[in-house]
Design a protein around this ligand. Structure first.
Ligand SMILES: O=C(O)CCC(=O)C(=O)O
Ligand SMILES: [Fe+2]
Length: 277
């Protein structure tokens, strides 16, 4: 089935083969989740965020490759946390609805939108390296840790502009890899990183077209390289997690905002290896 046939209103039909890939590999590439016409509406709002016409308070507008002190005009990886909070018109948009249908098909019933995020690397930002990490290292352990993070390529994503890269099999390792903060502590930068040995680990570059998405789980190790191209590399992420996990996060005051209380942000991150349940 080609992409136009897979898009059915709010639904996107995921094949059995793609479900198997997500289960086995911890991530999957889905083609043509949004059409060109549907993407145009996203471009428009995305531009308003990048031009800072939509106000994003405090640390929720930050540089994931630098520290919180950096001047926004110098940002390498522009990161907007919780765009749907700061632009409520996005709540329930077509991408969210299709992503919800995809999350249910890949991860099963009871998945809930946990957070959204924009990650943009400007033209020629060679240092826009999103360091290797496992998402679960940023979060605390819960009983039902199921996660389907939908990563939409708003621009075609290539090796040259810093596409997503996945470490094959890393989601099956017996414990999370050890992570440490990029800059001293989490008050200076939100970023955590782990080590990947590119000679031992098998890295898969996820080059995907505009309108395609990748979906990854909470344990697959991933990152992305700098932008050596003359265009932007923009991504729009919507992450679904189990209802019980989202409830537990909120109970503990964790909303994925970088403005959450520092002690909450610190208490959830796994800075030491943690065994799989
Ligand atoms: O966009 C990137 O380069 C990284 C995104 C990421 O780490 C995520 O969506 O979990
Ligand atoms: Fe991530």
């Amino acid at each position: 089935m080609n992409s136009p046939e897979r898009r059915q209103g709010d639904q996107y039909l995921v094949s059995e083969a793609e479900k198997g890939t997500f289960r086995r590999e911890g991530w999957v590439h889905l083609r043509g989740v949004l059409s060109e016409a549907e993407l145009a509406a996203i471009d428009e709002v995305y531009g308003r965020f990048l031009r800072r016409e939509i106000k994003v308070p405090g640390k929720d507008f930050c540089d994931m490759a630098g520290d919180y002190g950096r001047d926004p005009s110098d940002f390498s990886i522009v990161n907007v946390m919780l765009p749907r909070k700061y632009f409520p018109e996005w709540q329930g948009n077509l991408y969210e609805r299709r992503a919800a249908s995809i999350a249910a098909q890949l991860a099963g019933p009871g998945m809930k939108l946990d957070y959204d995020q924009l990650i943009a690397k400007g033209p020629g930002k060679r240092d826009a390296v999103f360091h290797w990490h496992q998402d679960l290292a940023y979060w605390f352990e819960t009983d039902d840790a199921r996660t389907a993070t939908c990563w939409l390529a708003v621009d075609r994503s290539t090796r040259a502009n810093g596409c997503m890269r996945f470490v094959k099999g890393s989601h099956r390792e017996p414990s999370l890899r050890p992570h440490h903060p990029l800059h001293g502590d989490r008050d200076q930068s939100h970023t955590l990183l782990t080590t990947v040995d590119e000679t031992l680990d098998t890295i898969i570059d996820a080059e995907i077209a505009r309108g395609d998405i990748t979906v990854h789980n909470e344990r697959i190790c991933h990152g992305s390289g700098g932008n050596f191209s003359s265009g932007w590399r923009r991504a729009y992420i919507v992450a679904f997690r189990s209802e019980s996990t989202v409830a537990e996060e909120r109970r503990r005051g964790f909303t994925h905002s970088h403005n959450d209380a520092p002690e909450v942000i610190d208490s959830v991150a796994a800075l030491t290896p943690r065994p799989s349940p």
